[in-house]
Design a protein around this ligand. Structure first.
Ligand code: A2P
Length: 344
C-alpha cells in the first residue's frame, strides 16, 4: 500500500510543479489530493495524464493523509501546518514560517539528511529558501574539502519566485512596453521589465532585506554555524531560474581544478565550465531541470584560498518543489514514515 499525499497551494507555481514532479518520479502515492483556497474549490489541475479537482484546504480532514506538501505562503503555513502535524500528517513546508524553529529540521537531502530525524517534535519539516537550496548544494562538497570561512553571494532571482502574480507582472509590463501602454507595478516595487530591482522581501532594521537574511541564517543552520555569509538579493526579469555569483574564502588550500573535480562528483551538481563562448549555464537553459549547475569556477587572487563560482538552478524545482519531494523520499527511504492506512 502506498501513501496518501496532499499538495496545499496546488494552483500556484510551486504547487503545480510539485504535482508534476510527484508524477514524473513515480512517487509511491496511492492517492494525491490537490488543495488551495476557497477561490479555487472545484477547479482542476493537471497531475500526469490526469486532472485533479481542487478541494478547499480550510475544511480538509488530514487524519488519513500521510504527507502534506505545503506551499501556500507563510500566513497559511503559520495557521495550518501545526494543526495538520497534530493530526499525524507530516508537513513538508515550503514557506519561511517554520524554518528557524529549533524543533523543525530544515533539510536539503544532499547537505544535511541526518537532521531529518528531529521532525517528530512538530511533524513539520521545512524546505529552504530557493536561493539557499542551490547555494548549499554547491557549497557543501567544497566545505567538506577545504572548510569555508566566508561567503559573499549576489543573487539574480527570477520573477517566478514571487509566485504566479510575479510572472504575470513581467509578462504584462513587457507587453506594455512594446505596445506603449502604461506600466503598472503591483507585485514589485519598481518596474521589472527591462530592469533589475535590488530588493526582495521586507527591509530589516540593519538595512538588509529578509531574503538576504534568510540566505545567511539558513546556510548556517544547514551547513555550519561558523561560516560567515553576506548577501545581496536582486530580482531580475527572468521567468524561471535563479543565478548566483558566489565568492568563497576557505581555511585550507583549494584550486579551481580541484573544485571542478569535487563538484563534478557531488550529488545534485552538474559542472558546465568551458572557457569559451557559451561554455557556461544560464537560467533559461536550466528551467525544467533538476540539477544545480555550476560554471565560471575561478581562483580569487585577492584573498588567500579564494574561489569565485556561478551557480544556477530552477527555483521552482531544486529551490522548492523538487527539494520538498526529495525530503519526502528521504523520510520513506529511511523508514521514518509508513502509510497510515496500513499501520492502522
Ligand atoms: P488559490 O489559487 O486558490 O489562491 P503562488 O505563490 O504561485 O501565487 O500560489 C499560491 C498558492 O497558495 C495558490 O495555490 C493559492 O490558492 C494558495 N493559497 C493562497 N491563500 C490560501 C489560503 N488562504 N488557503 C489555501 N490556499 C491558499
Amino acid at each position: 500500500m502506498g501513501f496518501k499525499v496532499a499538495v496545499a497551494g496546488a494552483t500556484g507555481n510551486v504547487g503545480r510543479e510539485m504535482l508534476n514532479i510527484l508524477s514524473e518520479r513515480g512517487f509511491p502515492a496511492d492517492e494525491v489530493v490537490a488543495l488551495a483556497s476557497a477561490r479555487s474549490q472545484g477547479t482542476e489541475v493537471s497531475f500526469g495524464d490526469r486532472t485533479l479537482k481542487v478541494s478547499n484546504l480550510e475544511n480538509y480532514d488530514f487524519s488519513n493523509t500521510d504527507i502534506c506538501l505545503m506551499s501556500a505562503g507563510g500566513d497559511v503555513s503559520k495557521k495550518y501546518s501545526p494543526k495538520i502535524g497534530a493530526q499525524g500528517c507530516v508537513v513538508i513546508d515550503n514557506s519561511s514560517a517554520w524554518r528557524y524553529d529549533a524543533d523543525v529540521p530544515l533539510i536539503v537531502p544532499e547537505v544535511n539528511p541526518d537532521a531529518i530525524t528531529q521532525f517528530t517534535k512538530r511533524n513539520i519539516i521545512a524546505n529552504p529558501n530557493c536561493s539557499t537550496a542551490q547555494l548549499v548544494v554547491a557549497l557543501k562538497p567544497l566545505h567538506d574539502f577545504a572548510k569555508i570561512k566566508r561567503v559573499v553571494v549576489s543573487t539574480y532571482q527570477s520573477v517566478s519566485g514571487a509566485g504566479k502574480d510575479g510572472m504575470d507582472e513581467l509578462f504584462n509590463q513587457t507587453r506594455a512596453v512594446f505596445v506603449a501602454d502604461p506600466i503598472e507595478n503591483k507585485k514589485f516595487t519598481k518596474r521589472i521589465a527591462f530592469n533589475v530591482i535590488p530588493h526582495i522581501d521586507v527591509f530589516m532594521e540593519d538595512g538588509y532585506t529578509k531574503e538576504e537574511w534568510k540566505v545567511l541564517a539558513e546556510t548556517k543552520k544547514m551547513l555550519d554555524p561558523k561560516i560567515k555569509v553576506t548577501c545581496t538579493a536582486v530580482r531580475v526579469p527572468v521567468f524561471i531560474g535563479h543565478s548566483e555569483s558566489v565568492n568563497i574564502e576557505f581555511e585550507n588550500e583549494i584550486s579551481a581544478d580541484q573544485a571542478r573535480d569535487i563538484l563534478r562528483e557531488a550529488p545534485g551538481c552538474l559542472v558546465i565550465d568551458k572557457h569559451e563562448n557559451g561554455g557556461y549555464i544560464t537560467p533559461y537553459e536550466c528551467a525544467g531541470e533538476d540539477a544545480t549547475y555550476i560554471s565560471r569556477i575561478r581562483e580569487d587572487a585577492t584573498v588567500e584560498n579564494g574561489l569565485n563560482i556561478w551557480v544556477v538552478s530552477d527555483n521552482l524545482r531544486k529551490g522548492a518543489a523538487l527539494n520538498a519531494i526529495q525530503i519526502a523520499e528521504l523520510l520513506i527511504n529511511r523508514g521514518l514514515i509508513k502509510p497510515r492506512k496500513q499501520a492502522a
